[in-house]
Ligand binder design. Structure first.
Ligand code: 16C
Length: 247
């Protein structure tokens, strides 16, 4: 088949060999597996998850959690998007080329290491939330196919002596994020833009890494997470319009 530039860069259907020989591989594999499994576990009936945002097919839940007075509320969001595939969703989330087009909390983004076609290390600085200090993060990002028509991106904090924490103006935060997507279409039909639906589970836990006022922080994420998920999903729908479905 003819590969356009864009198709070649889509998340690969199997793990890239270059990743499996990298020193981070065992950690990346273990955490991704755990995160993907947890992402697809429902919130229904489980104690502690409280719904805090709902719009159309999107639902967002959180669990209030504080460690040493720092807010670390785990977040779990579900959404359904028509007309795009799980693979396309993950392509736009993983590939740094598109990041500034949908991510509104960023000040800077640097690629620290390109491990393979399906794994990278990023350093990002975020917009400052008054009155807290500015934050930065250093994390690996890995995209993989997990099941039939299922793709996921996992981001998790890491360290690198060339990017020491808490040396400049920024406080290092710690993040674990998983965007897990599963596509479905009517049995017996071929998948098309008109019949495909992708279910999304987005999980995030952010440890602010140092003091930040709890009230301000909770107000920020109540506003920013729904904004992110709506903006990101409509961005992907927009980007895919008129392009052949990549499944
Ligand atoms: O998953 C998302 N983005 C990925 C690609 O960038 C990646 C990023 C993860 C970092 C998430 C931490 C964001 C902290 C932002 C702090 C500054 C926000 C300023 C906004 C005000 C204009 O996985 C999408 C991430 C969507 C983030 C929503 C915001 C979450 C706020 C949580 C509070 C963090 C504590 C900050 C301490 C001051």
């Amino acid at each position: 088949s003819v590969h356009t530039r864009d198709q070649v860069e889509l998340p690969p259907p199997a793990i890239d060999n270059r990743l499996t020989v990298h020193p981070l591989w065992s950690e990346i594999d273990r955490i991704s597996t755990e995160q993907i499994q947890a992402a697809f576990e429902g919130v229904g009936g489980e104690i502690g998850w409280q719904l805090f945002a709902e719009e159309g097919d999107m639902r967002m839940y959180r669990r209030e959690m504080e460690v040493d007075g720092m807010v670390m509320d785990p977040l779990k969001a579900m959404h359904k998007v028509r007309g795009v595939s799980a693979r396309e969703m993950c392509h736009y989330f993983f590939n740094p080329r598109y990041r500034f087009e949908w991510e509104t909390t960023l000040e800077t983004m640097n690629i620290v290491e390109e491990i393979s076609s399906d794994a990278m290390v990023f350093h990002q600085t975020f917009k400052r939330i008054w009155p807290a200090s500015q934050r930065d993060a250093l994390f690996w990002s890995h995209v993989r196919a997990s099941d039939d028509h299922t793709y996921a991106v996992t981001n998790h904090s890491t360290t690198n002596p060339e990017y020491p924490s808490n040396t400049g103006a920024c406080i290092r935060l710690f993040v674990t994020v998983c965007l897990a997507c599963r596509s479905s279409y009517p049995a017996g039909e071929q998948p098309t833009r008109d019949n495909i639906t992708t279910s999304i589970a987005y999980c995030s836990t952010v440890n602010p890494g140092g003091w930040a006022p709890a009230g301000v922080l909770r107000a920020v994420y109540k506003r920013e997470y729904p904004k992110f998920l709506k903006r990101f999903t409509s961005y992907v729908v927009e980007q895919c319009r008129g392009k052949p479905l990549a499944i």
